[in-house]
Design a protein around this ligand. Sequence first.
Ligand SMILES: [Zn+2]
Length: 146
Amino acid sequence: MIYAPNHIKKYVKQIQGENRFFNDGIYDEFTFAYEIICSCGCKEFVVYKNSEPKVIASCTSCGTQITLYDLIEYPCATTVRNPEEQLVKVINKSNDKFNAAIIIQYSDEFAFDDEEFDENGICWCQIFLYDIAHLQSIMIVDDETA
Ligand SMILES: [Zn+2]
């Protein structure tokens, strides 16, 4: 089963075991790790971020823009956006093309089959980018939503 906020759900593939993004294993039943894959099959993105933080990934193959993180999407989050801060391209040592992974955590308040469980109700998020030029992973978001 895949649990993820609506804005990324159709772009995620579950990460299991060793991977190039992060070292720590995911042992918590309310925590999920996913790699982002565009609907065209491409895994390479140019990524934009601001300090809210809001994060958008743009597919290098077809140009589709995927929202990776946006507090406005999560019912438990409060965000003041007045006006929205400009997004800035993420660059690591002059490289701007990345593979992207996201770790999301839900609160343990509701079971997944509880009717009050909300897939958009994430409580914590980390985003990792894998720099395909330097073979290096960087974490760009580590945020508690509520
Ligand atoms: Zn694409």
